[in-house]
Design a protein around this ligand. Sequence first.
Ligand code: 4NP
Length: 166
Amino acid sequence: MVNTSVLFVCLGNICRSPTAHAVFQSMVNRAGLTNQFYVDGAGTGDWHLGHPPDTRSAATASLRGYDMSTLRSRLVTVDDFSRFDYIIAMDTDNLENLNVMRPSNFGGQLKLLLDFSSKPEYKEISEVPDPYYGGEDGFPLVLDLIEDACASLLNHIRTQIDDRNE
Ligand code: 4NP
């Protein structure tokens, strides 16, 4: 039974949030929790609606075994605040936009992904950098940051579920 839903949000929903979506879904699957989680991604900007992920993001993710081929860009909506328990923003602009949309009765958690970074070398980095207009080398760093933080986010959520069930 699905009991936890997680939405990753960036600007275009073609680079960072679909990467986080694919990485987190893969971690959920490997933990044997596929049936308990619903994972999705969305963007705050509408330039790429219905488009597949950026080919540079998809290629970088594919090298580490993540499949983004079925994902398509969509806009985040106010309804998402009633559908998702965790809404996870890639940068502070996304977070500010989400905070403006956030209904006062939202009972879930709205956080920056890199609040969950675990590696000491990432502690100073608060945002997943937007790789869209940068060079090719931005994409592996985005994936490194996302893999590290998603592993900790999954642990965090599992701990919260365990605490609730005690
Ligand atoms: P994302 O990257 O927010 O990680 O999906 C971007 C993709 C497209 C644009 C900006 C950022 N754009 O301006 O089209």
